[in-house]
Design a protein around this ligand. Structure first.
Ligand SMILES: Cc1cc2nc3c(=O)[nH]c(=O)nc-3n(C[C@H](O)[C@H](O)[C@H](O)COP(=O)(O)OP(=O)(O)OC[C@H]3O[C@@H](n4cnc5c(N)ncnc54)[C@H](O)[C@@H]3O)c2cc1C
Length: 308
């Protein structure tokens, strides 16, 4: 039984999510191959070969895969899928773009956002915004699976798996890359950061989000937000944490002026240590917080920054 993991990579670097997906593959059991598809991805393949548990890295290095568009990536995976019982990718923008196409073309059901492997056919995944965990079993001969990275601890590095090239080059007449607009930030990426500090409606304005900057600088944190803060126009929507935003599970999550609605908790409740700052001691966020500070954030934040 063998498993194909689609590597996640950006700007010529292997993304951290791949090590979590390989961990899920290890839990399933069997030989694990990693597919690196892109253009000029030699360094990515070398990084993937270091991941513990990987048997082989297969590299499809061609201009048609340059921007990892869903159409050629899906067609490539369909070509390769015959060798495998499981195809896995991170439940990221790329994985969620590519894998449903593979499942549809192979006429199998996709298993989405698994957080636990029970056995090779049976998986656990959150439903109802994380309020219940469904155990799902698939009888399909090929399992197409997206993995929620926060559900699996990343595998280590120290391996030196074989790297081989894949000669299959698919055509893409259906889509073309036009342009990419990326938010520029010196801070760590929200979904991968070890520390996240998020502001909610209680911040009052976008200008007040600057109060989080100094603390984020001192802790090397990414800055997130609740949907209410995004909807109010305080900050852009790529900062949103929650059911309809990013799922994070950092070592430390600091929620400032956030009430703790279930849709927000769905995105951060697996954080290792949760700190909440809120003036309302009845706020539901305190039910999931390890440490709570009841008080006015406009007094607490400057004090916290100076103490740090
Ligand atoms: C389908 C659906 C999907 C959703 N997806 C998401 C999602 O992905 N992410 C998300 O966050 N929400 C999501 N929501 C919205 C969610 O239900 C809440 O409305 C939202 O999380 C509330 O954001 P908030 O906590 O910032 O605001 P509020 O609920 O208004 O809370 C503000 C908090 O700030 C505190 N506060 C105010 N002033 C101060 C002060 N000076 N000092 C200290 N504390 C103060 C208040 O006591 C209050 O607890 C979704 C909703 C739906 C229906």
């Amino acid at each position: 039984m063998s498993i194909l993991v689609l590597a996640e990579h950006h700007d010529g670097q292997l993304a951290g999510a791949t090590a979590h997906v390989v961990a899920a593959a290890k839990a399933i059991g069997g030989d694990i191959d990693v597919l690196v598809a892109g253009e000029n991805v030699g360094a990515v393949a070398e990084a993937a070969a270091k991941l513990d548990g990987v048997s082989k890295v297969r590299v499809a290095d061609h201009a048609v895969y340059a921007h990892q568009l869903a159409e050629p990536m899906g067609a490539l995976l369909v070509e390769l899928a015959g060798d495998y019982r499981h195809v896995l990718a991170a439940a990221s923008t790329t994985g969620k773009n590519v894998l449903p196409r593979v499942a549809a073309l192979k006429d199998v059901s996709q298993l989405s956002e698994i957080v636990e492997v029970v056995d090779a056919d049976t998986f656990k995944r959150p439903i109802y915004a994380g309020n219940a965990i469904a155990t799902v079993q698939s009888a399909d001969s090929l399992k197409v699976i997206t993995v929620r990275s926060t559900g699996f601890d990343a595998v280590g590095e120290g391996n030196s798996a074989a790297i081989e090239s894949v000669d299959t080059v698919v055509e893409n007449r259906q889509s073309a890359f036009v342009k990419q607009e990326l938010a520029q930030s010196d801070r760590p990426e929200l979904a991968a950061a070890k520390v996240v500090i998020s502001g909610g409606r209680g911040m009052g304005s976008g200008e007040n989000f600057k109060l989080l900057d100094g603390i984020a600088d001192k802790l090397g944190a990414a800055i997130g937000a609740s949907r209410a803060a995004v909807d109010a126009g305080f900050v852009p929507n790529d900062m949103q944490v929650g059911q309809t935003g990013k799922i994070v599970a950092p070592e430390l999550y600091i929620a400032v002026g956030i009430s703790g609605a279930i849709q927000h908790l769905a995105g951060m409740k697996d954080s290792k240590v949760i700190v909440a700052i809120n003036k309302d001691e009845e706020a539901p966020i305190f039910q999931v917080a390890d440490y709570g500070l009841v008080g006015d954030l406009f007094e607490i934040l400057p004090e916290l920054e100076s103490k740090l």
